[in-house]
Design a binder for this molecule. Structure first.
Ligand code: 5GP
Ligand code: ZN
Length: 113
């Protein structure tokens, strides 16, 4: 079982920022910003393309964006945040279980796009 599956199934104790039926949200172990929360579908999909190809895509992606709004509220980042997905190796993905980074809590200046 992959590391994010173990966290989602509570086999590894983690402080949960927010969860709903489809996703679990917890702090990144190496924060890149004052707020850095991972939004992780509970079901294992390798990456964003695998999730998008699944029959659950609309429901799970809706839950991801609703969770992001809730995490922004809970972390006080409604004034601005980024939601990032690194997809596959060339996209910089290192954990092969799809996830979205919500970063904020500071003015995010290092824009590449
Ligand atoms: P990626 O590089 O795949 O887009 O993002 C993977 C993220 O997962 C990295 O930011 C990394 O710090 C984080 N990460 C890796 N292993 C763990 C872990 O065991 N616990 C937590 N909370 N974060 C992790
Ligand atoms: Zn997994």
């Amino acid at each position: 079982m992959c590391i994010f599956c173990k966290i989602a199934q509570k086999e590894i104790p983690t402080t949960v920022v927010f969860e709903n039926e489809d996703v679990i949200c917890f702090n990144d172990i190496h924060p890149a910003a004052p707020v850095h929360v991972l939004i992780v579908p509970k079901k294992h999909y390798e990456d964003a393309l695998a999730l998008t190809a699944s029959e659950d895509a609309e429901k799970v992606l809706g839950s991801v964006f609703r969770a992001a709004a809730k995490v922004a509220e809970l972390t006080g980042t409604q004034d601005g945040f980024r939601l990032i997905n690194n997809c596959r190796e060339k996209g910089g993905q290192t954990v092969m279980h799809v996830h979205f980074h919500l970063i904020g809590g500071a003015t995010l200046s290092e824009k590449i796009i």
